[in-house]
Write a protein that binds this ligand. Structure first.
Ligand code: TYD
Length: 236
């Protein structure tokens, strides 16, 4: 199914970060936010799932690896619907108001994650995800999506190591997706590649591995071009 790229017009800029767990997107989002703020831009950052009180509850259900035992195995359709319940809430409560006020919104994951993880990873298919996106999110799409795609093996090694560390340090458990096998992540990876090909005007891919500072500079260059094109080059 083709994914229309028309969007609501607004004075801000909606930027999403996508990639596998362990792709480095959260670090790059923070660095970009710091650089834009230093440049005088108004920034709103958030992540999905989460960011609203409802979303934080949904996040802990979906990411805690004990949920399937505590609540009964969560079926893929329920997982998909919960991701969109979270997204509906953060879209109306945070993203759209911030864009209307002229801010740059940096969102860690959005509907591309649902298409990659639930659509491909869980096998629900892109059509159902995109239909829900139109129904629940009024088809609001990012102006720019930064897709970080280091090799699959690198992402998996980083994500699995990091989650063990998180668990040791904080007692927090956000390991539910990291427990999926390599085939699941292979499907997620391939779907991200397909999305990038299909929506090449919106999605900019950063393949391979690069030092954090190098990648940050490349991302900043792309974002500055988009800001200039949108007439948001920033205060002098
Ligand atoms: P995130 O906090 O970005 O984790 P990480 O920092 O490890 O990338 O995302 C949490 C998990 O939720 C991640 O494994 C992907 C998953 N997810 C989906 O499966 N579907 C979705 O729609 C979203 C937003 C996230």
């Amino acid at each position: 199914m083709s994914h229309p790229t028309t969007n609501l017009s607004h004075p801000g800029l909606f930027i999403t970060f996508e990639g596998l767990d362990g792709s480095g997107k959260t670090t790059q989002l923070r660095l970009l936010g710091d650089a834009l703020q230093t440049g005088g831009h108004r920034i709103v950052t958030l992540r999905q799932p989460g960011g609203t009180p409802l979303g934080d509850r949904i996040r802990s259900i979906l990411l805690d690896s004990r949920s399937d035992a505590d609540l009964g195995a969560i079926i893929p359709e329920a997982e998909m619907a919960l991701m969109f319940a979270d997204r509906a809430q953060s879209l109306r409560r945070i993203i759209l108001p911030a864009l209307a006020a002229g801010s740059i919104v940096l969102c860690d994951r959005y509907t591309d994650s649902s298409e990659a993880y639930q659509g491909a990873g869980r096998g629900l298919g892109s059509d159902r995800i995109l239909t829900l996106h139109r129904a629940v999110c009024n088809n609001v799409l990012p102006d720019l999506t930064i897709l970080l795609l280091p090799p699959l093996s690198t992402s998996l090694r980083r994500a699995r190591g990091r989650n063990d560390r998180t668990a040791r340090r904080l007692g927090a458990d956000e390991n539910r997706f990291e427990r999926e096998d390599d085939q699941f992540y292979n499907r997620v990876y391939k779907q991200y590649c397909e999305i990038a090909e299909r929506d090449s005007g919106r999605v900019v891919v950063f393949p391979g591995e690069a030092p954090i500072a190098t990648l940050h500079q490349r991302i900043l260059d792309v974002v500055r071009q988009r800001l200039a094109a949108a007439g948001l080059a920033g205060p002098p």
